[in-house]
Design a binder for this molecule. Structure first.
Ligand code: BG6
Length: 482
């Protein structure tokens, strides 16, 4: 697939995100044939590195699977170069502009196409966006797009400030705010699955569904990044963005068309329908040492301030105030240092009543990762002479069904969308504001003088001991696989 000659600039190119996600994603696109060699990729950062040192640094994270991939690595690296320059002086940007101009001239590019990826800490975000606009934007001679990474603010006020600072510089249509969960295969499937299947669509409401849970579990703590995490916490880290985005796609009304703005309009509408959070619907935790004492407690991290009440686990019950969802608790649940790594959506249907015994609720499970799958638990008669019922599954496990399909990494999928100018899977300004409106009062409470102490749970466990009761209170029925 070809989008034309494109210059891709990655700011923060020597940082962790660029190294672990952005460049591997660009390589992945190249390896799979979704990025032609008509691109020029320029890494830009403050670190003093020459081209070779830079390439040595990024190449270790590239994924090669098949014969010939090593050659592709070499071909890809030929498309890359590096500029080391400060973020706050014009020289580097001027040099960058010259480099891109040369590339465009050599290739007789008539309409310039420039993609800027800001893998940067928030402190330099506005200055870089400003300078890029001033020195490297092609103006009326072409198209420029800018991809920005979270965090988009720390609360409602700072998010508004960020938006306002950016507004006079970059147009909303040029901006691509990444939430990488929107690039995950199973998340991208949600609208097709809901609106493409009459029986799902028809039962997608409070008459049939009793509870929805979206859960994020990571088996590791914040070791080494504690200092950073301490002012963030799990709600800002994954709930306010990743899980909430999944929630919007799961609960929004049918958009009037598949136009990206129509989709985003509906997402905003559903966000506006979420009731104010009730503290009784919130359970917060922090991990302590593992039961065998081998894994450290969150506060054992030297970079964490002593006595920190930072939340590493949260379960939040939300209510959507629409005719469709009234009365259906929606649980967003996320934690670090848990017993497994898994991201899953569980939609629990109401229990059927009637003459049958021993039947259970239907449950639709959408496993986002690892090992993408979708399965529906059904009641069915035990085969043979028995009249008893049993629970079985209609199972769509991707690796069995789609053996030869390539499922792109989230970042691959999103960078490709941004190159094509498709905003469907990026966060719009009003969406961002709504998401902060939902969580800011809770965050202030959890970080304020009356903050409750988070419940300590052992590293490697399911979470705080009161989770079971919390789930039961929210009408979530769980069994061993939870
Ligand atoms: C990031 C968070 O946004 O998402 C991390 O900052 C988290 O703390 C990560 O580990 C999870 O992403 P994934 O794709 O590994 O599920």
């Amino acid at each position: 697939e070809f989008v034309g000659h494109t210059a891709i600039v990655v700011f923060g190119a020597s940082g962790d995100l660029a190294k672990k996600k952005t460049f591997p994603a660009l390589f992945g696109l190249y390896r799979e044939g979704y990025l032609s060699n008509k691109v020029k990729i320029i890494g830009y950062a403050r670190s003093k590195l020459d081209d070779k040192e830079f390439k040595d640094r990024i190449v270790g994270y590239f994924k090669t699977k098949n014969k010939g991939d090593e050659d592709k690595v070499q071909e890809f690296l030929k498309l890359c170069s590096y500029i080391s320059a400060p973020y706050d002086k014009p020289d580097g940007y001027e040099k960058l502009n010259e480099t891109i101009n040369e590339f465009e001239k050599e290739n007789n590019v008539e309409q310039s196409h420039r993609l800027f990826y800001l893998a940067l800490p928030p402190s330099v975000f506005i200055p870089v966006a400003t300078e890029v606009k001033k020195y490297v934007h092609p103006g009326s001679k072409g198209i420029a797009r800018i991809i920005v990474e979270k965090p988009f603010g720390h609360d409602l006020q700072s998010a508004e400030e960020l938006l306002n600072a950016l507004k006079p510089i970059w147009k909303e249509e040029e901006l691509f705010r990444i939430d990488h969960y929107l690039g995950k295969e199973m998340v991208k499937n949600l609208l097709a699955f809901r609106f493409g299947n009459a029986f799902i669509n028809a039962s997608w409401d409070n008459r049939h569904i009793s509870c929805i849970q979206i859960s994020f579990k990571e088996p590791f703590g914040t070791e080494g990044r504690g200092g950073y995490f301490d002012s963030i916490g799990i709600i800002r880290d994954v709930i306010q963005n990743h899980l909430l985005q999944v929630l919007t796609l799961l609960t929004m009304e049918r958009p009037v068309s598949n136009d990206p703005e129509a989709v985003r309009d509906e997402k905003v509408r559903i966000l506006k329908s979420i009731s104010e959070l009730d503290l009784n619907d919130v359970l917060v935790g922090q991990y302590g040492k593992s039961e065998d004492g081998k894994k450290p407690a969150y506060v054992d991290d030297e970079t964490v301030k002593p006595g920190s009440k930072c939340v590493t686990f949260a379960a939040i019950g939300l209510h959507i105030n629409t005719e469709r969802w009234e009365g259906v608790p929606i649980i967003l649940r996320a934690g670090k240092a848990l017993n497994e790594g898994k991201v899953e959506i569980r939609v629990q249907y109401k229990q059927s009543t009637g003459f049958l015994n021993d039947i259970q609720r239907n449950e639709l499970v959408i496993r986002v990762q690892p090992n993408e799958a979708m399965y529906m638990k059904l009641n069915s008669k035990v085969p043979g002479v028995s009249q008893k019922t049993t629970v079985t599954e209609l199972d769509l496990t991707y690796k069995d069904r789609y053996e030869n399909f390539y499922i792109p990494e989230a970042y691959e999928s999103l960078i490709r969308d941004a190159m094509k100018g498709d905003h469907s899977n990026f966060v719009r300004d009003d969406e961002l504001i709504q998401s902060w409106k939902i969580f800011t009062p809770l965050l202030y409470h959890l970080e304020g003088p009356d903050a409750p102490a988070p419940e300590i749970y052992p590293y490697g466990s399911r979470g705080p001991a009161s989770l079971t009761k919390f789930l039961q209170d929210h009408d979530y029925f769980f069994e061993s696989r939870d």
